[in-house]
Design a protein around this ligand. Structure first.
Ligand code: GLV
Length: 315
C-alpha cells in the first residue's frame, strides 16, 4: 500500500466536529477543514476533501476524492459492512486512548460482582444487615479474547490484582508481560472451561461474527461474560439461556446486536446482567486528534503508520 504523502483537505464527519476542528486546527494549522455531523456530510464535501476523519460512514454512495479515512473509533466494522471501503482508500484507526478506559470499565464490573455491590446497595436501602462471604479477584482466571491494544490494557489491570490472565487471539500471540500464555482461537472452547472472567475485547470482522456461539458458552462453567467489542461477536440470544443453565454466572455488556438495546430484550431485566449503553471506550477529542496526527505525520515522512487497518483481517 502506498502511503498518502500530502493530505491537505480534511472532512470531519462527527457530532463533535466543531471541537475536533478546533483541536486539529491547533495541532495542524496548515490543513483546510470542513466539518459536520456524519449524517450531514455531502458528496460535495467528499469531492472537495482528500481525507475523512470520523467514526461512521457518510450516508452518500461514494467517497468522492477521499484517499484516506481515519476512524476516530477503535472498531472499523462499519467500513467493511455492508460493503467494504474501496481498497485504494487507506484506512487507519487509533485505539490507543480506548484501552485504559475499557480496562477500568471491565475492572469496575468485576469488582462490583465480586464485592456484591449491587446486592449490598439493595440491602442498605432496605436496612438489611446481611453478612456474606466476599470473593477476591486474586487467584481467579481471566480469559481475554483479543490481545491487541485494548485486550492488553484489560489484561494488565486484572493481572495487577493477582488474576491469572490468559489471552486468546487469531495469531496466538500477545504481550508476554501481560498474558501468562496466549492460545489461538481454535482453543477457545478448552480455555473457557475454568475461566472466572471471559472478557471479549475483539473487533467485529467476518471471522469473529458469532465467535462466542451457544456451543462455546455451553463449555463455560460459571464464567462472567464481558463484552466491550461488538454485540454480534456473541450469540446474544443464547446469553439468557447460558445464565439460566449456569454456564455463565453473570454478564457485563456494553455492546449489543441492536443498539439502543430494544425494550423487549430480556437482558434489561435479568438481575445477573449489567447493561451499559456503549460507553466503555469513549472517543475523546484529544485522543482522536492525537491518533490522526500520528498517522498524518507518518504519511508525510513516507512511512506507514502503526495504525493502518489490515484489509484482510479487518482491524
Ligand atoms: C466504539 O465502539 C469504538 O469502536 O470506538
Amino acid at each position: 500500500m502506498s502511503p498518502l504523502l500530502t493530505p491537505r483537505r480534511v472532512v470531519i464527519g462527527a457530532n463533535a466536529h466543531a471541537d475536533l476542528a478546533t483541536a486539529l486546527r491547533a495541532a495542524r494549522p496548515d490543513l483546510e477543514l470542513r466539518g459536520s455531523k456524519f449524517t450531514d456530510v455531502t458528496l460535495d464535501d467528499l469531492i472537495w476533501g482528500d481525507t475523512y476523519l470520523g467514526f461512521k460512514r457518510p450516508l452518500v454512495p461514494t467517497m468522492g476524492n477521499i484517499r484516506w479515512v481515519h476512524s476516530t473509533g477503535a472498531g472499523v466494522d462499519a467500513w467493511f459492512s455492508p460493503h467494504p471501503l474501496p481498497r485504494d482508500i487507506v484506512l487507519t484507526r487509533s485505539s490507543e486512548s480506548f484501552g485504559p478506559m475499557i480496562a477500568e470499565w471491565a475492572l469496575a464490573r468485576a469488582l462490583a460482582i465480586s464485592q456484591q455491590l449491587l446486592d449490598l446497595a439493595l440491602c442498605q436501602q432496605e436496612r438489611r444487615w446481611e453478612p456474606r462471604d466476599i470473593a477476591m479477584l486474586r487467584g481467579t482466571k481471566a480469559v481475554v479474547v483479543g490481545t491487541g491494544d485494548v485486550g492488553a490494557h484489560v489484561g494488565r489491570l486484572f493481572a495487577a490484582l493477582g488474576c491469572h490472565v490468559l489471552g486468546v487471539s487469531r495469531s496466538g500471540t500477545g504481550d508476554p508481560a501481560v498474558f501468562a500464555s496466549v492460545v489461538p482461537v481454535s482453543e477457545l472452547s478448552r480455555v473457557v472451561v475454568d475461566a472466572h472472567w471471559l472478557l471479549l475485547m475483539l473487533p467485529l470482522t467476518s471471522a469473529t461474527r458469532g465467535l462466542i456461539s451457544r456451543n462455546v458458552l455451553a463449555e463455560c462453567r460459571g464464567a462472567v461474560l464481558f463484552n466491550a467489542g461488538r454485540g454480534a461477536v456473541v450469540d446474544e440470544a443464547a446469553i439468557p439461556d447460558a445464565l439460566a443453565m449456569g454456564w455463565l454466572s453473570g454478564a457485563a455488556l456494553d455492546v449489543f446486536e441492536t443498539e439502543p438495546l430494544p425494550d423487549a430484550s430480556p437482558l434489561w431485566t435479568n438481575p445477573r446482567v449489567i447493561v451499559s449503553p456503549h460507553i466503555s471506550g469513549l472517543t475523546t477529542i484529544d485522543g482522536a486528534v492525537a491518533g490522526f496526527v500520528e498517522c498524518l505525520t507518518a504519511f508525510e515522512r513516507g512511512e506507514s503508520p502503526r495504525w493502518i487497518v489490515d484489509r484482510d483481517q479487518q482491524y
